[in-house]
Design a protein around this ligand. Structure first.
Ligand code: ARG
Length: 265
């Protein structure tokens, strides 16, 4: 995770961003610390990367890579403003003992590549190119399922869908289960999700707009935006333990809980 020391809305690269809206930095920092504490309180280890001045979106650590089986598929950012983040994150991974294989095509890490049991679900349409999906499949040797995003408010897959399971299962038969907002996807992709996950949690537009689908689940606990009330009720009904954490300041840049979290698998 990356502390929001230099976080601001200095450019606009998604519909949530308005350069006229100031960010309350002390509040953003408090919210971010609350998330760090929530992870630690539920048994998770949190490592941090030093924030770099001039890279306001570096707080969205999820976009830096996809890490699975200890292998790092590094990002190649769509927006020129974010491209220097790749080097900063690559350096962190190197120091932590990982080798980074950078994507040759535009790819925004866990923003668009979501491990989902035996599959990796992969979004395209606004950021990550479908050629990166193929690279990821070759690199990880896991089936990558391409999905078309069609609503610019949900420009990354992780704004419209999250996996409810914990770790990927090592390639077994189980696809786990997901929560998603169907209208963010093309009709064909919606049908693919319906076939793969007939028992999925279907989120409302209200839950999706509250960044409820930008959640992190360890299989039991779901770290979720408190404003996503319908989703929280449904998760609890299904036996999950919702852990509400408010990251409202980050919504000004189009981000939430998952965006701020790079999972090292
Ligand atoms: N302002 C950032 C961007 O548009 C937000 C990234 C949010 N991250 C995410 N994983 N969805 O790139």
């Amino acid at each position: 995770m990356c502390e929001p020391r230099h976080f601001e809305v200095r450019y606009a690269i998604n519909p949530w961003m308005d350069t006229g809206t100031p960010v309350d930095l002390p509040l953003a920092r408090d919210q971010w610390l609350t998330l760090v504490e929530a992870y630690r309180a539920h048994g998770h280890t949190v490592e941090t990367i030093a924030p770099v001045a001039g890279l306001p979106d570096m707080v969205f650590a999820a976009n830096a890579a996809l890490v699975m089986d200890g292998k790092v598929f590094g990002s190649s950012f769509h927006a020129p403003e974010r491209r220097p983040e790749a080097a900063a994150y690559a350096q962190w991974f190197k120091e932590a003992g990982y080798e980074v294989r950078p994507s040759r095509s535009v790819c925004e890490g866990e923003g668009d590549l979501v491990p989902a049991g035996r599959y990796v679900l992969a979004g395209t349409g606004f950021r990550t190119h479908s050629s990166a999906h193929r690279e990821a499949q070759e690199f990880f040797g896991r089936p990558v399922i391409g999905l078309d995003l069609v609503d610019p408010r949900f420009y990354h897959l992780d704004t419209a869908l999250f996996h409810l399971g914990g770790e990927p299962d090592g390639g077994g038969a189980d696809a786990g289960n997901i929560a998603y907002y169907p209208a963010a996807f093309s009709p064909g992709s919606r049908e693919v999700l319906r076939r793969l996950y007939p028992d999925a949690v279907i989120a409302t537009e209200e839950d999706a707009l509250a960044f409820g689908l930008n959640s992190v689940s360890d299989g039991l606990h779901v770290f979720v935006a408190p404003q996503a009330r319908g989703l929280i009720d449904e998760l609890a009904r299904r036996g999950h333990v919702p852990v509400p954490v408010d990251l409202s300041e980050f919504r000004k840049a189009g981000g939430g809980i998952k965006c701020c979290t790079q999972e090292i698998r």
